[in-house]
Ligand binder design. Sequence first.
Ligand code: ADP
Ligand code: MG
Length: 679
Amino acid sequence: MSSPETNPSPLAAPVSSVWGVGEERAKLLARLDIFTVEDLLLHKPRRYEDRRKFLAIRDLKVKEAATVRGTIVAAGIKRFKKGTRSMFECVFEDGTARLHCRWWQAQSWMPDWYTVGREFLIYGKLDDDKKPRTFTHPETELVEPGDDEFIHVNRIVPVHPLTEGLTARVVRSLIWRALERFEGEIKEPAIALDLKLHPTRANAVRMIHFPAELTDVVIARQRLALDEFVVLQTQIQARRKKFEAQSKALPCSGDNRLMKPFLAQLGFKLTEAQTKVLREIRADMGGAHPMRRLLQGDVGSGKTAVAACSALMALEGGFNVALMAPTEILAEQHFRNFSKWFEPLGVKVEMQTGSRKSGEDGGWRMEDGEGNDRAGKHSTSNIQRSTLTIGTHALLTGGFELARLGLVIIDEQHKFGVTQRETLVRKGNYPHLLVMTATPIPRTLGLTLYGDLDVSVIDELPGGRGAIKTFVRTTAKLPKVFDFIREKIAGGRQAYIVYPRVEVADTDKDIKAVNKEFPNVQKALGPFKAGLLHGQIKPADKEAVMADFRANKIQALVATSLIEVGVDVPNATVMLIENAEHFGLAQLHQLRGRIGRGAHESFCILISDALHPEALARLKIMEETNDGFKIAEADLKLRGPGELLGQEQSGAMKLRFGDLTEDLNLIRQARDLAAGALK
Ligand code: ADP
Ligand code: MG
């Protein structure tokens, strides 16, 4: 592609170079994000109107829009009392009957335009079945001798997204003019497409606005979407190439000397899926370029054990490891597990959160061992001193340093932004990176948003898990539901009870809050004990409640969605979520992932009185499937990618024609085209 500085495309010219766009209109167009000629040409129609149906005036029917052709036989302005309202009316005649057309608030140009003897095409529908036959505010277009091409009538007409002060007609006219003048400047992109399979880009642009048939729209959209995806894939792949050229991998594939005893004491055998993923990770960590890998595994699939094994590989190589989690509760849980697993192996495990740092000196600096030993010689003392630091966002702060950082692991990565990921990685010298997520990423997003990461999937849950049953119920059923929970608790199990809010908000009293409901739950479940957990509780108290819950000193945990990520208490088998309509699908699935972790059968009860069809659709999907992948795809369809991507990630993905909910095939084609071109 030619660089825009040296050889700007005429399409990059300001939109004011289209005839009819003055300062005023340019301002209005800017509101539609249209600044250049190209922006205007790529302004995607919102819908189409088929105005090809042609009728004689005599044959017009009420409520059936049609185009007629008529000559003006009379025209004039009518004024009403006090002169505040006026109407312009003209009468058309086509040899079969007469048609009155009227426009409220006559415009000064109308009498000069609609003059007796002029012929027009008129598109509209009859107001009613009374005589005279009347159209109010029809769309018209002058018939000019020798020109039988119409923009606004007698064709499939585009209706574009508009803004106040810009009518559909104006936008359509501007695009028509822009096409007339600039169509020849719409060039094929540098990475050429097979024109046996696709229209040229220029044709596609014309077809998207002025299709001969509606099927043209489909063909044109695909072509334009493919162009977008090719640009995107080229960027992603070029970034990756550059990264690989700049960086050299630290030798972190390990020698099993910590791994062996670790696996022996773990208490379970890794699933095949976990083993397969670990093979991929080991290959990366011994490869030429630093690992950039996304580990995707549904809730409960055992990502933590994979993280532990990966950490050991780096630790065996004499490198330090950092593990970042999005909440203190989860960081504490990891700290406890990893300490239990790693301390017997002689690996130091430290904790860095906003409220707590472990380690004798309480310092922010990780021990430096034998200096920056990038070769990673395996001296025993090195291994002894290797450290795993676990933390929250606190790991990102400037004061925190990590020497000999070999591997960065980010748990629940969807809770972090790309910049945060990069901040942590930059604390080392091109360390390996493993990001983990339980939010299954639809393939379309995997290839775009996460296109610069390799993806591993744990596609199997550990065996011996009880099934999860999900029910949607109304609040009227709550007493029964609590009876059910008591019964389960009496049988030795535990329960989570989740509400959307901490406090009841004045504005929306119907949304339940933990602080208000906690005493009610205590009463309903007594003599069994309930604990309270939400974001405003002091970290030490949070940890105490979690410890009691883990030890089954508390049987029910009343909480906000704070517990959605990572919390692992296998004896908890009931998840009750009130005002379930207030949670997104992904969030509901995450919450449900807190149960079904042990051998007992589990129950998820979603309470909602919602009537909104989208909310009902969401809850129904929860009832129908436990498959996180299906849920993510449904979520993408229901809410669009913006919500799913979250954070700044969605901003990078402004597509005009591409549709991340359904364009997997196009994205794949684009990836292959980009890869072929970058070879
Ligand atoms: P997630 O993928 O959601 O992070 P965890 O790593 O928390 O899941 O694992 C869920 C539970 O499954 C934990 O209690 C863990 O000890 C257990 N687990 C992990 N791997 C296995 C396995 N291979 N066999 C049996 N249990 C396992
Ligand atoms: Mg986890």
